[in-house]
Design a binder for this molecule. Structure first.
Ligand code: PLP
Length: 344
């Protein structure tokens, strides 16, 4: 099937980070122990059995990655293999079938190419966000894994995370709520973790902060995650990021660690105690949506202490890491690690 040729009119410069209808999405059913054919559809709706396991017992996993238009008019996917692997890890975590890497790539690449008019032009700061998801669709009433699943990939153009350019944000440590337990589902990208974090994130927003920083649920001593992003800090010539059994393995973080090392820095993955915040030169949240959200201030409501980093402008190391990573994604910087895949 070929993409529609109908011309679309988009205000690329003012796109929000939200859902925008595109031409097609891709779907594949798992039944009788195997994956069926991958099909493109124009429908934005799914018909579900009311007893589907996704509705009652949260059998749902998803991914998020982006496709970028380069100056050379080539569309690049960033490290899709890592998203495929992480989705397999999530599937194993809540007893869903794994999606083979080839099926994941076929669905993602077809979803992008069938909607190529929606890939924002180079220079707008916008990108095509890709959302693969899998849900348990079999009817069950007892708590057990479904025997049938739907794998779906839709895309939506999204605007730059920072409308006015790369900017610092303030965050609040959350002590009232946990996102995930040490031996729970935190390393899986499953909807329940986001539902579990909503009170914290909403409270942080209400108090005027960009997001909530979760602590380790057991001791409440160490930094876990920053809303839907990993935490990192710069201390001298070292990039530090939390080691924890309850955080999602961020592909952006993994890439920043490599870039920091390429720039001659040390990189450490280890527990980060809250008090260590006062020793950091720069801190930030990292993830697909923003790449890096540099953090200016972190407020701890328990001690009423505010940790301040820099003067409110992104720090030089964060800026360098941000420029290098976004440069690779767009095809402006050499892709020495083979992280991008050109879609044709
Ligand atoms: C909870 C959580 N942590 C971290 C991340 C960042 O991961 P990535 O860099 O792969 O987007 C995300 C976003 O996907 C997330 O939802």
């Amino acid at each position: 099937m070929h993409g529609k040729s109908k011309k679309i009119i988009m205000d690329w410069k003012h796109l929000p980070f939200g859902y925008h209808k595109t031409h097609y999405n891709l779907r594949c059913l798992y039944k009788n122990g195997t994956w069926g054919p991958l099909e493109a559809t124009e429908s934005e709706e799914i018909t579900l059995h009311m007893a589907a396991t996704t509705l009652h017992y949260g059998q749902e996993i998803f991914e998020g990655l982006k496709a970028f238009m380069g100056q050379d008019n080539k569309i690049r996917l960033f490290r899709w293999q890592e998203n495929a692997r992480r989705m397999q890890h999530s599937a194993r975590g809540i007893l869903m079938p794994e999606i083979p890497e080839e099926l994941f790539f076929e669905a993602v690449s077809r979803a992008v190419l069938l909607n190529r008019e929606f890939v924002p032009p180079y220079g707008t700061g916008a990108a095509l966000y890709i959302r693969p998801l899998m849900i348990g669709i079999g009817a069950e009433v007892g708590v057990k894994p479904s025997e049938e699943y739907l794998f779906l990939v839709f895309v939506t153009p999204v605007g730059p995370y920072f409308k006015g350019g790369f900017k610092s944000v303030n965050m609040m440590i959350c002590r009232e709520f946990d996102r995930a337990a040490p031996l729970g589902t935190g390393t899986f990208k499953t909807g329940g973790n986001y539902a579990g974090g909503m009170r914290a994130v909403t409270k942080a927003h209400e108090m005027g902060y960009a997001n909530a920083i979760f602590l380790d649920a057991k001791e409440k001593k160490y930094i876990d995650e920053c809303g839907p992003a990993n935490f990192f800090a710069i201390k001298g010539n070292t990039y530090v990021t939390p080691k924890s059994t309850s955080i999602l393995g961020s592909i952006t973080n993994m890439s920043l660690i490599q870039i920091a090392q390429d720039l001659g820095m040390q990189a450490e993955r280890r527990p980060i105690a809250i008090e260590e915040l006062s020793t950091f030169d720069e801190t930030g949240a990292c993830g697909t949506a923003a790449v890096i959200s540099p953090i200016h201030k972190i407020f701890d409501p328990e001690t009423e202490k505010t940790y301040v980093f820099g003067n409110g402008e992104p720090g030089p190391v964060s800026e360098k890491l941000y420029k290098t990573l976004t440069g690779i994604q767009l095809g402006d910087e050499p892709d020495v690690h083979g992280w991008t895949t050109v879609l044709e």
